[in-house]
Design a binder for this molecule. Structure first.
Ligand code: SAM
Length: 285
């Protein structure tokens, strides 16, 4: 069954009475070249893979052909009977009807006796950043995340300090991973077609002992959030608002680290955010 073929999709919709839900971000791939390309780039051969949002299963199928075991997590219960039909041939697949944000990925690895997991998905766009951060913050042994996201978000995730796309999401993702833009996918490759183009990115997770050392992760992420809270303001202004401190104190912190007091958050990278966070902690401690 060619799961990216529009007439196959239409007849499955009719057979199961399935209706596309905008609120669940249901834009299915109808370009046959894309699912194998994503699966190849995810390098899932012989691995344990978790897929988020299988839909009718076009990407799941490509993952099952390559991976040792695939767990596909789908929130929409009306898709489960469809998946049971479209993916019936695969003995290495488990379909879980759940919200990915409620799934304990570590427990899933343990259940399957796996030390690590690779994530692959055409993500629902209404919830992309929370899903990515859930995966990275969970502490689960995630090795890589290869996902389709909106093109604009892809640009933000792979950008670097100083660029107009650089922001809190860039810095947060860069703390956990080395991100890479793989390829763009036009809106016409989906049904129904979304309003915007998409891109596939790959995030290779940095082992915990190789990440930028921070004394306290919470303070570090608070510095990042504060730094970009008001883009046009200087870092001194943003830190002062975010940490409820006098501007003179924020300026002293930057000066003591040889960071210009006139700097904006977008000019700094995670090493500097970590130094600032450690200094703020010392001041409090
Ligand atoms: N993988 C299919 C494809 O590429 O054609 C469908 C991708 S579609 C963009 C996103 C899928 O994620 C839908 O099947 C949707 O029901 C599912 N989904 C939405 N929110 C979810 C959540 N919180 N947890 C798990 N799946 C979710």
């Amino acid at each position: 069954m060619e799961l990216t073929n529009l007439s196959v999709i239409r007849s499955l919709c009719e057979k199961y009475g399935f209706e596309f839900s905008k609120t669940l971000g249901q834009n299915f791939l109808v370009n046959a070249a894309i699912p194998p390309k994503i699966a190849e780039e995810a390098e899932t051969d012989g691995k344990f893979v978790v897929e988020i949002g299988p839909g009718f299963g076009c990407l799941t199928k490509e993952l099952c052909k390559r991976a040792k075991k695939v767990v596909a997590v789908e929130i929409d219960s009306s898709l489960i009977p469809v998946l049971n039909e479209t993916l019936a041939e695969f003995g290495n697949l488990e379909i879980v009807n759940d919200d990915i944000l409620s799934v304990d990925i570590s427990a899933l690895c343990e259940k399957h006796g796996e030390k690590s997991v690779d994530i692959c998905a055409n993500l629902p766009y209404y919830i992309t950043t929370p899903i990515v951060m859930h995966l990275l913050e969970s502490g689960a042994p995630v090795k890589s995340v290869t996902v389709m996201v909106q093109k604009e978000l892809a640009r933000r995730i792979v950008s670097t300090p100083g660029s107009s796309d650089y922001g809190a999401v860039t810095a947060s993702v860069a703390y956990y991973t080395n991100p890479k833009h793989l390829f763009n996918v036009s809106a016409g490759s989906f049904y129904p077609a979304p309003k915007v183009d998409s891109a596939v990115i790959r995030l290779d997770v940095i082992p915990e002992n190789e990440r930028i050392p921070v004394k306290d992760k919470e303070t570090f992420f608070k510095v990042i959030r504060s730094a970009f809270a008001m883009r046009r303001k200087t870092l001194v202004n943003n830190l002062s608002a975010g940490f409820n401190m006098e501007k003179t104190e924020a300026a002293e912190i930057l000066s003591s680290l040889s960071i210009p007091v006139s700097v904006r958050g977008e000019a700094l990278g995670n090493k500097d955010f970590a130094r600032i966070a450690d200094k703020i902690l010392m001041r409090n401690g």
